[in-house]
Write a protein that binds this ligand. Structure first.
Ligand code: IPD
Length: 273
């Protein structure tokens, strides 16, 4: 690999902190809110500005790199993952939280090279949680190594769960159905409202597993590396290999828990990114 990953890492740490600062300054101020695919899929001027800040600075430094960004895709840019170094960016993961002033809001950025995640950052600037990972080098929270929990039994697990930003009836049937399946058999279910933060919680050992249908590459591109570098597993919710463009993922602290979940949950297959 010809990329200077140390330099890429140094720059993205600095830029995510700058983006995080904008989020921090604005979370309890008035925002301009617009709808995307439906009335619960929101975007604010801060989502757009943070994405612009990240992409313009990365482009200036690495002109040959490619980008997949949530707001650029919403504006019509094609979402395409090639072997070229590609930054996959969710400037504000948890936009609904940001709009309401609920402090589970993260900048999520990953660098993928040859379709493999090399760098992953999930930064919640409100709660000051800076999760980072590099391929083969472990996962960290605010610079300190983190590890997934050692739990192997689903019945003793705390599960991260989301309702998503779609009102599609078929999808909601599956989401509510899985809630009904899980709540009687696990210790508890928790919803942060940020897919990236849900994945970071598995990496940290705060929850034991988490899965979602209908998310996009930018929600999970950093989290998948942080979870695996913390010792966890990331797979397709039906049990096959993880595919970052499939809009489906399941992550867990152990293969055992992942297998137990795969056996009982209902499946949903959204259109790919
Ligand atoms: C959303 C959040 C939410 C998840 C949705 C995502 P966004 O991302 O991660 O937790 O349930 O599926 O779209 O729109 O806030 O970047």
């Amino acid at each position: 690999m010809t990329e200077n990953l140390d330099e890429c890492y140094e720059i993205i740490v600095k830029l995510s902190k700058e983006g995080g600062q904008l989020i921090h300054e604005r979370i309890w101020s008035k925002k301009i809110v617009e709808f995307k695919s439906c009335e619960v899929d929101l975007v604010t001027e801060t989502d757009q500005q943070v994405e612009k800040l990240l992409i313009s600075n990365l482009k200036a430094k690495f002109p040959s790199h490619r980008f997949i960004g949530e707001e650029s895709t919403a504006a019509g840019v094609k979402c395409e993952l090639t072997d070229d170094p590609t930054w996959i960016i969710d400037p504000v993961d948890g936009t609904m939280n940001f709009v309401h002033g609920y402090p589970n809001v993260c900048v999520s950025v990953a660098l993928w090279v040859n379709k493999v995640a090399q760098i992953g950052i999930i930064y919640n600037p409100i709660l000051d949680l800076f999760f980072s990972a590099r391929q083969g080098q472990g996962a960290f929270l605010n610079g300190k190594p983190i590890h997934v929990s050692h739990e192997n039994e689903l019945s003793k697990s705390l599960i991260g769960y989301e309702f998503g930003t779609s009102r599609d009836t078929e999808k909601m049937k599956v989401v509510m159905g899985n809630m009904n399946i899980l709540t009687p058999v696990v210790h508890g279910v928790r919803s942060t409202g940020s897919c990236a933060q849900n994945m970071a919680m598995v990496a940290l050992g705060g929850t034991n597993a988490n899965f979602e249908f209908g998310i996009h590459a930018w929600d999970i591109a950093a989290g998948c590396l942080i979870v695996t570098e913390a010792g966890g597993v990331v797979i397709d919710p039906a049990g096959g290999p993880f595919d970052v463009l499939s809009r489906r993922y399941l992550c867990a602290c152990s293969q055992d828990i992942a297998d137990q979940l795969v056996k009982i949950i209902k499946q949903y297959y959204p259109e790919r990114d």
